[in-house]
Design a protein around this ligand. Sequence first.
Ligand code: GDP
Ligand code: MG
Length: 436
Amino acid sequence: LSEKLERAFKTLKGQGHITEINVAETLKDVRKALLDADVSYKVAKSFTDTVKEKALGQQVLTAVSPGQLMVKIVHDELAALMGAEQAEINLKGAPAVILIAGLQGSGKTTFSAKLANYLKTKKNRKVLLVAGDVYRPAAIEQLKVLGEQIGVKVFTIDEDKNPVNIARKAIAHAKEFDINTVIIDTAGRLAIDEQMMNEIAAVKQAVNPHETLFVVDSMTGQDAVNTAKAFNDRLDYDGVVLTKLDGDTRGGAALTIRSVVDKPVKFVGLGEKMDAIDVFYPSRMADRILGMGDIVSLVERAQEQFDEVEARKLQQKLAKDQFNFNDFVSQIKQIKKMGNVKDLLGMIPGMGKALKDVDIDDDAFKGIEAIIGSMTPFERENPSVLNGSRRKRIAMGSGVEIAEVNRLIKQFEDTRKMMKLVSGGGGKNALNAMRN
Ligand code: GDP
Ligand code: MG
């Protein structure tokens, strides 16, 4: 999905703002990319409609290209589609009871152990794992092995085949031994099945869990969404766990589930190891789906800090090659406001490489401002007149060696080149840089 979206954004070239015409093609590609990722037509259509509405007429700052701004708009909409806010699990309860449901093979047992490990190590909880998959001895053995690996006790009753009894006894056991968190793993079937639903619903009713999590294999795409709906209709669960995201290159389930069942995704599984679990952050998932470096935060910071009017004037100057030392000083002021320069440039994919010879660090600005202060207004506006004797005078005036003045002038030229690359007028160049 991310490759297709990236291609879609590349069709937006360096215009000053996003227009109906140049956005139409991009949105068509975005919609196609979503459909290919197994996002339903309805969701894809309403998604691109919203993006179009937000994108049209947006002024593009000099610091970013229309393509980059579009990435940001799409990113924010993707995050909104997935729920915008991160959703916590409810651990209030003594003990807090978490019920795990889902189809066989979705990753319930693995996730139960991962969650136990996460709550134990990150949240300092005392956890009991409950082996509620009574039909397969191997499933109980699997949970025991995982529990041992992470140092969490696993509750089993060999002679009892009733999951409701087991769950009740496990909670009583937790109370007795001051365990504040109980995670109940359950049995699944290969497909939706009445008996399975009845059983899990009975457990839910009997123990009244504080949190019911539905586990689903994200690689199953639209099927995952259908299963999520069937389980929700029956169980009215509190949150979704998307497993095997490490193998999911399309991202369709992650994008669609929220809008279909209106329940937040709370965790993701990213591998078979016990630490391959992550809290689900819609914004980070959108980053992952777009896979375009950190353009989004670059655009955010640029939008916060850049004075739009100044920026547009500057763009015109850059286009006419009239960028001078006065602009240089005001740019330094802007850049200082934006924080560490290298950090900022490093956010643009491919840019780190393109700029490795350009030496810019914050300390260097102090000397620069002194040297520019010793230039005449005419020299500042016309850098090309800075010949040897003028450089010598400037060096004397600012109390530095001529070499430093020369270095600054070279740095000025480099910066001019770099700014041309980063600025809107150079959007195409920036995209070329990204491609490398
Ligand atoms: P259950 O039947 O729902 O309990 O599923 P299991 O927990 O037994 O998992 C089924 C298979 O999926 C096992 O081989 C797991 O190792 C694997 N698995 C579970 N979660 C993940 C994940 O996040 N990533 C990957 N790559 N494999 C996973
Ligand atoms: Mg299992």
